[in-house]
Design a protein around this ligand. Structure first.
Ligand code: MG
Ligand code: MG
Length: 253
């Protein structure tokens, strides 16, 4: 599939999809505390998406059974919400979700601290988030796609963290996952030339320990193989001739 360049009308719809998703994330963040189940977070997120006249795009995607992916500690992504999974003081929790507004998708992820979290894990979260902002500095018309990947790697590698390789970012538009795939680790090739009007979901997944991951028996949950915490941060962005526009985050940094 070719990488799509969106029209002005499509970009407006993507902006609306992004704004609504930002609101969902902001509201979900308010409920993060010890004692809350991951199921409750999914319920709220699903409700907020539908209240805004949108559809959750994760629900039933390849059979995924919930609207929000809720991944705790060593879970990297695609955690399945459960009434039995209760957030504990000291946990970190990654919320990944998306929605469809008038046929257009948005996708974003945040990692939150639950109560008091160890300094080294807070640092992991901060570096993961910042790596997204370092990456998108390269997301400009005429640049090459893998400049984004390498900017993320350049920023993260000095910390000695493991950059997940089995999962990557992606184009987004009338489908949740469009071409191109966007790795967060070092690339030798340059990748395709970016054009204003491309919409991309950039999403570094960074492990405190090694980069290796595995899939649990539920066929969904991806965990760090060494059991150490993992953080995830994602926004949907629009490539422009200048700074990229972050569609799922109205504020810069
Ligand atoms: Mg996502
Ligand atoms: Mg994504």
């Amino acid at each position: 599939m070719a990488v799509t360049v969106k029209s002005a009308r499509e970009i407006d719809l993507m902006r609306e999809a992004g704004k609504r998703l930002e609101y969902v994330h902001d509201r979900m963040q308010e409920m993060i505390k010890p004692g809350v189940s991951t199921w409750e977070i999914d319920k709220l997120g699903d409700k907020l998406i539908r209240e805004q006249g949108c559809e959750p795009n994760f629900l039933n995607y390849n059979g995924f059974p919930a609207s929000i992916c809720v991944s705790v500690n060593e879970e990297v992504v695609h955690g399945i919400p459960s009434k039995h999974r209760i957030l504990q003081d000291g946990d970190i929790v990654s919320l990944d979700c998306g929605l469809i507004y008038k046929g257009y998708h948005s996708d974003a992820a945040r990692t939150h601290a639950v109560g008091k979290v160890k300094e080294e894990v807070l640092k992991l979260m901060e570096v993961t988030r910042q790596s997204f902002f370092e990456g998108i500095k390269k997301a400009t018309d005429g640049a090459h796609l893998f400049e984004i990947s390498n900017a993320i790697a350049d920023y993260v590698e000095p910390y000695g963290y493991g950059i997940v390789q089995d999962l990557v970012g992606h184009g987004i538009g009338t489908k949740l996952h469009e071409d191109p795939q966007i790795p967060n680790f070092r690339q030798r090739r340059k990748g395709l030339k970016l054009r204003a009007g491309m919409t991309l979901a950039i999403e570094p997944m960074i492990n405190l320990g090694g980069y290796e991951v595995e899939w649990l028996d539920d066929d969904w949950t991806v965990v760090a193989s060494d059991g150490l915490p993992s953080a995830h941060y994602e926004n949907t962005i629009l490539v422009t001739e200048g700074e990229p526009e972050i569609l799922t985050l109205g504020r810069w940094s």
